[in-house]
Design a protein around this ligand. Sequence first.
Ligand code: GLU
Length: 474
Amino acid sequence: MTTRTRFAPSPTGYLHVGGIRTALFAYLVARQAGGQFVLRLEYTDKKREIEGAGQHIIDSLHALGLTYDEGPDIGGPYAPYLQSDRLPRYREWAQQLIDAGRAYADPYSAEEVQQFREEAQKAKKPFLYRNHRPENPPEWDGSTPLRFKSEPQDYEWEDAVMGQLHAGKEAIDDFIVMKSDGYPTYNFAHICDDADMEITHVIRGQEFIASTPNFLNLYEALGLERPILATMPHILGPDGNKKLSKRDGAKDVLDYIRDGYLPEALVSFIASMGWNDGTEQEIFTMPQLIEKFSLNKVQRAGARFDERRLLWMNGAFIRELPLNELFMKCQDYWPAEAADYPEDYRRAVLALVQERMKYLAELPELTRFFFTDLPVNPELISGHKQLKKLSTEELRTLLQQTQATLEQSDFTALDLQNRLNALLEKSGQKPAVLFSLIRIATTQAPASPGLAETLAVLGKEVSLQRLQSQLSYL
Ligand code: GLU
């Protein structure tokens, strides 16, 4: 049988990095087996739908390179892939249940159900719909919900991630399959769709595990073979306690892409939340993931979302990029001031900051001083551990010595390095004093790449002029 996996999000909110992990794992399982990966949008609750959320999901998958073989926007042999377009099909499945005597029209009003609940509470018993099956239910005409008639039993089942699971009959109840608005419930629709679309692996979040015994019961009632079930543990917030939420700073995938996180790094990071291949390797490319991923190595406990780790990983991917490629990716991220500078100059600047760059939107902060003279910032000296101990006169002397030295240089990095080292010796200062002072004077930035390389890119004229500005200020 061909492996067919699906990602079946409900467009009821934006997809954050946690939500898309399910898609990545389903994608990997399909690609690894040479099978198909399907996108199905689950619209069963019109009230909770959010305008644009479906497109957002599609864009997010594209941005990460999680290409699907069938889906709402590209069609496929099992179309349509949008649940709201499949309503007639759910009615056929519902009819099959009715014909088999496994579904009934639910005749009760909300008040009546509330009364049953209260009675159960008084009797200290759990409330179950199946204890209130109507004796002569009306024929179902769609104006009332259609409820599944369960056959309670104990279940044991294998979950590809969680292992052997079991539940007693008390976990099983009659649940609604069709609502009175003509829409199926998720509980019903996903089972019909998975069967129609010949899905072999149902990979989804932990929130569905409590309902699984009901799903197993429904597979049997419909005479369906159950697919492989794989339950993903929650993604936890940075403190490792509760489920990740927007408040923890988990942005959605497209926000990260806009900030200049590389899709490759995001994919590697997302995969690493709750999965590794059992070795020390921390960073994986997509081909490596396709080769090495396996559901049985997904950890069962919740995985922690750690944005610093993402930052580190993204930096690692950026360092690996050939300069040319990085340059292309940076096009939209330069500070406005860079527009007047020739491409060669920008390339040279980029080569210097590549090592330290963690995400592309950091580019202006890292490079602005290469393109514009920042005003003298006295706090850079007064807040510097060593420099603040020097008198203005001492600072002036050091800067004048630097000027004299740099006047002689041809401003290649090598020559600058040699002259700066000679000056260091002559002045009797520590690098943390002398080089920090020169760095501050020539950049007015809290951090910069190597001093000699930075001066070489800035060039003689700009470097000397900035030293002079600092001197004048002092
Ligand atoms: N629509 C469900 C969700 O968004 C999908 C669960 C499933 O994959 O079956 O969580």
